[in-house]
Design a protein around this ligand. Sequence first.
Ligand code: ATP
Ligand code: ATP
Ligand code: MG
Ligand code: MG
Ligand code: MG
Ligand code: MG
Ligand code: MG
Length: 295
Amino acid sequence: MANSKYEYVKREFEFHRHLPASNWIVVLIDGCHFHRFSELHAFEKPNDERALRLMNACATSMLEKFPDIVFAYGVSDEYSFVFREKTEFHKRRERHVIYLFTSSLGILGYCHTQIYLNNSIIKSHHVIDLSTNICSKIISLCVSYFTSVYGMKWKDFFPNDFKETPYFDGRVVCYPNIKTIRDYLAWRQVDCHINNQYNTCFWALVKSGKTEKEAHQALKGTFSKDKNKLLLQQFQVNYNDEPAVFRKGSSVYRDKVKTDDCGNPIKRTREAITVSSFDLIGPEFWENHQYILGE
Ligand code: ATP
Ligand code: ATP
Ligand code: MG
Ligand code: MG
Ligand code: MG
Ligand code: MG
Ligand code: MG
């Protein structure tokens, strides 16, 4: 910005809130109104594989673009991006405009934060409205880059043009250690399982002639084992045989692969961005990929 008399609007009204040092950062993005967007573009229900592969292609581009992202996990219209612990990604800065801070948007989360003005702490917050993070550079870069790639790659997966412009929201959350990061990812994968099992039953009932209202009614109050039984007895579907990408979502990370170096007996490894659908809740994946979170 040129140094003009108007620059005070930046200097005096824009706050620089730094994310707590040595924390893991997760940026979660989610498609806006994708319930409608998916209907408008005739997504197969409950799971359109083209749409999932497009989301995964966008996440792969994110890891190519931002080396600080060590892991990404996606399901439905959402993707979580985990930035490594000591990331200096844009100096971990969030920009805040004071009116967002003091507005009555409501308190959505907890965070230990200090607000600086001219390098001195003017306020120390323990409770902060995380929805104000929409101003941060980290979120805006992630959301705009992801959305742009989604638009650019759409035609590689779908035959027709957009009927409506896709867009995404984003938020950022800090986690203090590897345990909470793993718990966060487990939480998203449990959510994937619960939603997918419900949706698999719901759409089986709808496709068999029930109205949407009747299908919701039939599933009201049912437990996981009831849904498995319903699928097996009414539709001869074993839920565990459903594709892993539907049941477990998609993980994107840099895998170590052996390269065949023209017959050289000393095998080298290189990193290749990989998409898979492993279980993230148990310890096995993390034991076999300790380098991802630097355990
Ligand atoms: P940063 O990523 O930090 O924003 P930047 O390269 O985008 O870096 P800016 O200070 O935002 O730098 O400046 C934008 C630059 O983009 C301008 O300096 C100019 O070179 C170019 N630019 C933007 N819009 C136009 C335009 N309409 N015509 C020609 N050049 C443009
Ligand atoms: P919001 O704007 O609040 O996020 P939303 O309509 O996007 O609202 P979500 O809770 O994010 O609601 O759910 C996304 C919806 O998008 C799903 O319920 C589903 O209907 C649809 N959807 C997303 N991905 C797929 C897919 N691969 N196949 C089929 N439907 C999908
Ligand atoms: Mg610029
Ligand atoms: Mg500019
Ligand atoms: Mg949303
Ligand atoms: Mg959504
Ligand atoms: Mg969603």
